[in-house]
Design a protein around this ligand. Structure first.
Ligand SMILES: [Zn+2]
Length: 80
């Protein structure tokens, strides 16, 4: 099956802290997780972003990473 069902495109910033952005399918601007949470549409061209699984994962990713960080840091404290 070579069918491409991928709807959204993502990119990583080159800054000091690696961040992931959603590339707007219409205007190609970079959209952050916060933008999607607050507006659920592109803040640049106002195109509506459908909250599919791909987008939910993207929005929830920083939260999951923070949980993992807290979990691993509390684990290392306990091991000391
Ligand atoms: Zn846009």
């Amino acid at each position: 099956m070579a069918l491409n069902t991928k709807k959204y495109e993502f990119t990583n910033s080159d800054g000091l802290t690696p961040r992931k952005f959603l590339v707007c399918p219409q205007c190609r601007e970079y959209i952050t997780q916060v933008d999607i949470e607050n507006f659920s549409s592109c803040p640049f061209c106002n195109v509506r972003l459908n909250r599919n699984n791909e987008l939910e994962d993207f929005v929830l990713q920083p939260l999951a990473e923070r949980w993992a960080e807290q979990y691993s840091s509390s684990l290392s404290v306990r091991m000391r």
